[in-house]
Design a protein around this ligand. Sequence first.
Ligand code: GRF
Length: 209
Amino acid sequence: MPFRVGVLISGQGSNLQALIDHFARKEGVPGPEIVCVASSRADALGLERARNAGIETAVFDKTDHSDRDARDAALGNWLDDHNLDLVVLAGFMEILSGPFIRRFEGRLVNVHPSLLPAFPGVNAIEQALAYGVKVMGVTVHFVDEGVDTGPVVLQEAFELPYARDMEEIEHRVHEIEHRLLPRAVELIAAGAVSRDESNPRVVRITQAT
Ligand code: GRF
């Protein structure tokens, strides 16, 4: 049985593309499979990337539902219909409701463009640059009910000893994200990721793949 992954996006979908490319099905080779992609916006470029890869897509725009809770319930039902092992937030730019997060607890990860707990929320790269940090990075974490507060699965840092323009930094961040997110999914799918019983905040990577 492949490890079934659903991806939620809102925009460009470059992280989705990295997942698609990384897990492109090779005949007879078991591994994670991206089975569905949902977007919070109909105009997300990532939807086209999914369609090009033959992946089922759907749009769950808040404005099509009575409120966010109703949208999240519909989204949760759609995801559950696909029997997913993992849901990946790859540039999903909206806060999900508590019931949705509890429904997928332990099966929901997010990629964030900072070394959490520094600079949670939107515009993390801008926040980090405005603060003047000399080390930046990327975090993949399990999602809990806070904003970017869940247990860290993987992080990777890079140094920023001298000023560079925003575009260059975004490029560097994306390059890391596109490696780190597929790696995290791969580790989770391999059963190599567990939570420390004495401190569930701590994620243990128990085996290298
Ligand atoms: C990424 O930088 C991710 O960390 C953040 O949103 C961005 C999404 O980019 N949460 P893309 O849509 O995957 O290109």
